[in-house]
Design a protein around this ligand. Structure first.
Ligand code: MN
Length: 131
């Protein structure tokens, strides 16, 4: 079975595009449209990777990343922040909050898959391998 990716994204268009690209590459996608929903789902589905939009209502991506990191079950799960290109400070803040790395919005369909697979590989190279 292909890895499950949790996608925390409130924008329907971005959610649709990212889901399409991931499913096209064989991933199973679990969508969450808010931070609290994402944190709750992450503990239940234990995804191989989490894609986290930074601009979310009620609870922003930094707070969500910190919340995810509080769950020991998720300690080795890479969190890839999705940040706006213009917001340079966002990247540093995302890393400080516990994200593994970031990709820039708008998502580039030509490089998205490669970026996601890089973060998945970095994870399996770094510790116990799960399939
Ligand atoms: Mn958003």
């Amino acid at each position: 079975m292909k890895p499950t990716i949790l996608l925390i994204e409130d924008n329907e268009q971005n959610l649709y595009l990212a889901t399409f690209l991931l499913e096209q590459n064989g991933f199973t996608v679990v969508p969450a449209r808010s931070g609290p929903e994402g944190i709750e789902l992450a503990g239940r589905v234990q995804p191989a990777l989490i894609i986290l939009d930074i601009q979310l209502p009620q609870m922003d991506g930094y707070a969500v990343a910190q919340g995810l990191k509080q769950n020991p079950v998720l300690k080795d799960v890479p969190i890839v922040a999705v940040t706006s290109y213009a917001m340079v400070g966002d990247r540093e803040r995302a890393l400080e909050a516990g994200c593994t790395g970031y990709i820039e919005k708008p998502i580039n369909p030509d490089t998205f898959r490669t970026q996601i697979e890089m973060y998945l590989k970095a994870r399996s190279a770094g510790g116990e391998t799960q399939s």
